[in-house]
Design a protein around this ligand. Structure first.
Ligand SMILES: Cc1cc2nc3c(=O)[nH]c(=O)nc-3n(C[C@H](O)[C@H](O)[C@H](O)COP(=O)(O)O)c2cc1C
Length: 198
């Protein structure tokens, strides 16, 4: 069974800097031997959790948006890691990202299905130091509460995760430092997932 790394792009905008940064991370994960799959929240509707309690009893959700279609993918045994990529909004993750993470409570309540999966985060801000690290920490909290194993960007940038600058004057595609951290994060997630799950 090939190990899979799922990447979730949590910008409301299609095909912009967050998706670009996520793809950089997932390319590196693929080069490290993993299969990859993308969830792009810009192309779907995922509402916030309404605490209806349905998932206390079963791996199912009462809401009729796009999240239920993601349940088989996210709960598959082949998933070794999850990369969350979010724009920085007011120093933290987007509302779309929080809604997605909250809806994932069903996996915790039904056998801690994310337990031991490797988690990493890429944050993209309009400013070089606009809160990428605080956004990453906020996502890490959800990953820890899911009993995931969180990693930073590893060799050879070694900090909190992917920290990308969409306001780079030459364009975000030229934010070499930030994109290197995103690639290193993807590689680190895939390599540790292989060590834990193979
Ligand atoms: C409501 C809102 C709040 C934002 N807050 C921040 C911020 O605190 N720090 C920052 O660096 N950029 C901030 N930005 C800019 C976005 O993080 C930046 O444009 C990002 O690249 C958007 O990602 P996207 O291109 O994938 O949509 C904010 C943008 C919006 C719309």
């Amino acid at each position: 069974m090939a190990l899979k790394i799922i990447g979730a792009s949590c910008s409301p905008r299609k095909g912009k800097s967050t998706r670009f940064a996520l793809d950089a991370a997932l390319d590196a994960a693929r080069e490290s031997g993993a299969d990859v799959e993308v969830i792009d929240l810009a192309e779907m509707t995922v509402n916030g959790c309404i605490a209806c309690g349905k998932c206390n009893k079963e791996l199912a959700c009462s809401q009729k948006d796009d999240f239920p279609d993601l349940i088989p993918m996210l709960s598959g045994p082949e998933v070794g890691g999850i990369i969350i990529a979010t724009p920085v909004y007011f120093g933290t993750m987007t509302a779309q990202c929080k809604a997605f993470l909250d809806r994932c409570v069903m996996f915790r309540r039904n056998g801690a299905l994310f337990s031991n999966k490797v988690g990493g985060v890429v944050a993209v801000g309009g400013f070089r130091n606009g809160g990428q690290e605080t956004a990453i920490h906020a996502v890490h909290a959800a990953m820890l509460i899911q009993d995931m194993v969180i990693v930073g960007d590893g060799f050879n940038t070694f900090h909190f995760g992917g920290t990308v600058w969409s306001g780079c004057p030459e364009g975000y595609e030229k934010d070499d430092m930030g994109l290197a951290s995103a690639r290193n994060l993807g590689k680190r997630v895939a390599e540790l997932a292989a060590r834990i799950h193979n």
